[in-house]
Design a protein around this ligand. Sequence first.
Ligand code: RUB
Length: 320
Amino acid sequence: MNDPAITPAVTAVADDIAEMEIRGAAAIADAAAAAIGEQAQASEADTPEEFRAEIRAAARRLHETRPTAVSLPNALRYVLQGMEGNTVAELRDSIVATVVEFRRELDQAQDNLGQIGANRLRDGDTIMTHCHSTDALSCVRHALNDGKDISAIVKETRPRKQGHITARQLRDWDVPVTLIVDNAARRYLNDADHVLVGADSIAADGSVINKIGTSGLAVNARERGVPIMVAAQTLKLHPGTMTGHTVEIEMRDEREVLADAEREAVGDVRVENPAFDVTPPRYVDAIVTERGQFPPESIVTLMRELFGDQQNGEPWDERS
Ligand code: RUB
């Protein structure tokens, strides 16, 4: 049998995720689910078997783009588990409907956790942010809607400077923003009432996997007595960690760290560019989800409820 046909739309989305044109755990999940929907709609499969094989191949292509944000496999699993029917038309319709439902739940979850997170913020509070997280920003948006004045100290977030996206968004909401380089974070923690970050994955023990630099920020914040709040919808919970797996930390290209001219000037050194790090649960005060807020150590209870204890392969695995 020929390799299953993947549509150009899926390839384009996969490339955009790998290149970080589409980035952030929620946006990646949303784009991947939508791409499976496009695959379903554009498919020219003649048989249900052919159609299923195409969908599985598209999911594998999307899955291999970036390894750390578990929202990606969680989204793909959600959509593929919604595929049912005995004809190509039925299978297609079920995928399209599941993608719509997935997006609705994603938006709803972000909105709900935003309200829960906003309740932790008081009028006049200053937050310190790292990277760009739509879940974290949802908490700020709700606090503003509740009439609270919020200010922000925004870490630049080297090497990709996602802090600029956060700063722009907050300015659009009229939030006073102070942009700082990452190295200045400890100094400015004196002026912060909360550290507010998102997550790419949350492990069963409550460890938070987020943009590189989060763990150092959390350790410093704890030392200064500044509470650390992680805004993460349950799509970020990593089911595999319940069965003892660890979360893979993506290593990205050295060219994100050194431009070509700098590379020449620096000479023959090894450059490492991990995209994420792991913050141990003892440095996190609260994980805010759409299902409520949890001390990190109790997140496993929610994970068991949502995923059960067992994982039996993935719906995109090749079958004989
Ligand atoms: C993004 C990042 C964000 C989380 C949460 O890293 O670490 O904090 O993905 O974002 P990158 P959201 O820029 O490398 O993708 O809350 O929007 O899901």
